[in-house]
Write a protein of this length. Structure first.
Length: 488
């Protein structure tokens, strides 16, 4: 496969800067990215949902498993024991997918394992060494031999399998999130904010880890120091990491995307690179998120913001943005930003050539907050009217993705039609400066089945809006309005 020289992370991407010091900018000659067909399919999706779920839902923690780092030793031990209580009695994979389909979502990402190490799938890769945080004399590494997974919990159901099966029945693409670091497995120390340190930690950690050292751990400093990784422990870490990723790509049918997160150390990059090559052998078209693997990845994810301009790269991208304050379950209805917020960010992302993935989390019983459910359903109703201006579209060339503060554009792939999406009701007329309709063609407002009057003079397109539509109740939708214009 011919390599695409522009298939690179932007230099502004924060996670590129985490690893660019030790990951080669140009992948090895024996490595190929996913095919152009796979990238095209990724670009067609446009709208997805990201689900963060794990032990942290038992305590309804914000920021997923990150609060673990700042817990007392006693609370760390209690947290690690939560797997014995994990029993989401209302979880229903089919119900989740029915919601996602109604919301117009084309893909979902799911945390098969977050940083705390608890796996929500039937992994056979057992942990061999973990930390007893309340051992006499202080935290101690102890031998163990179990998966630390949902199969060790009272629930004993493979959640990843149930979700993958339900997604395929609903024609929803699958993106499995997987954390490189593992804070339960002591063999992963000290990489990516592991709660255990080693004597030579400053030589192993990245620049960002050192810069964020105090804020990530706060009052828990200094960290308990264990002995340096032995050869056996290092090999165990690499093997378990590789085994779990292999399980995800071989035990659950076709997986469309693998959402890698964070990174490991520079000293184990050669082994991680070999793992990525093996995953590519298993599925040449798996779309790999770039985190921790640099330009070996196939897509990247601006997090918590939509890029201000179109990205200067051929690498596909997808914004990820929590609907509430963080990606995990939030019991406060007022924190959910609303369907209008989702639609505006979706339109902004798509106009610039990207996808938009909204983040939500279920509670300890497997239920989403009613505010999240209703807001997603409202977006689905909007997409029922305007979906053709979103799905499988492409950005216009150059800086023509937007006019002013409220008009965005998308193109059909064959460039025969341009959609002008305005996030504010235009009033009696809509004036557009950068689109010239084909002479004699009709212009439509999506959801309104009568052609609109229009003129094109002095390089300006003026679309006239019928008087009866000045009454909001007579409009086909709310929030944003898409006009379909023949251009070729």
């Amino acid at each position: 496969m011919k390599k695409n020289a522009n298939l690179k992370l932007p230099k502004t991407d924060v996670h590129y800067n985490d690893v660019c010091m030790y990951i080669e900018d140009i992948p090895h000659e024996d490595y190929s990215h996913a095919s152009e067909n796979a990238r095209e399919s990724f670009r067609d999706m446009k709208f997805g949902v990201r689900i963060h779920w794990g032990l942290y839902s038992k305590w309804r923690l914000q920021e997923e498993s990150w609060p673990f780092l700042k817990m007392s030793y006693e609370d760390k031990e209690k947290y690690q024991e939560l797997y014995k209580e994990f029993n989401p009695k209302h979880f229903d994979a089919d119900e989740w997918m029915r919601l996602f389909k109604k919301a117009g979502l084309k893909c979902f990402a799911f945390t098969s394992k977050h940083h705390d190490g608890f796996s929500l799938f039937d992994t056979k890769a057992n942990v061999k060494r973990c930390v007893n945080w309340t051992a006499q004399g202080g935290p101690q590494i102890e031998g163990c031999d179990f998966a630390f997974s949902v199969m060790d919990s009272p629930f004993k159901r493979d959640i990843v399998k149930e979700l993958c099966d339900a997604a395929r029945k609903n024609d929803i693409k699958i993106d499995l999130y997987f954390s490189h670091p593992d804070w339960f497995d002591a063999d992963f120390r000290p990489y990516t904010f592991h709660p255990l340190s080693v004597p030579e930690y400053k030589e192993l950690l990245t620049e960002r880890e050192m810069e964020e050292y105090d804020s990530r751990y706060e009052k828990m400093l200094p960290l308990p120091v264990a002995h340096s990784l032995t050869k056996e422990e290092r090999s165990s870490m690499v093997a378990r990491h590789r085994q779990q990723l292999t399980e995800l790509l071989t035990n659950y049918g076709k997986i469309d995307m693998l959402c890698l997160d964070m990174w490991l150390g520079s000293d184990v990059w050669p082994e991680l690179r070999d793992t990525i090559k093996k995953l590519r052998d298993i599925d040449p078209d798996i779309m790999l998120r770039c985190r921790g693997i640099g330009n070996y990845g196939d897509y990247y994810t601006p997090e918590g913001f939509v890029p201000g301009n179109k990205e200067n790269t051929d690498m596909p991208w997808m914004v990820i943005y929590p609907l509430a304050k963080t990606f995990s379950y939030d019991p406060d209805a007022s924190q959910y930003k609303g369907s209008e917020w989702i639609i505006k960010n979706l339109v902004d992302s798509v106009a610039k050539g990207g996808n938009f993935m909204v983040g939500i989390g279920p509670d300890e019983n497997g239920l989403f907050h009613p505010a999240a459910t209703s807001q997603l359903e409202e977006v689905g109703a909007w997409l029922d009217v305007n979906g053709e201006a979103i799905y499988a579209t492409r950005a216009r060339q150059g800086t023509l993705h937007k006019e002013g503060e409220s008009i965005y554009f998308t193109n059909t792939k064959n460039l025969t039609h341009t959609y002008a999406i305005t996030t504010q009701w235009p009033g009696n007329t809509l004036c557009i400066n950068t689109v010239r309709p084909r002479t004699g063609t009709d212009i439509f407002l999506l959801g309104h089945y009568e052609a609109l009057d229009w003129t094109y003079e002095d390089d300006k397109l003026i679309i006239k809006i019928p008087e009866h539509m000045q009454n909001e109740e007579n409009r086909p939708c709310k929030t944003a309005y898409a006009f379909k214009i023949v251009t070729v």
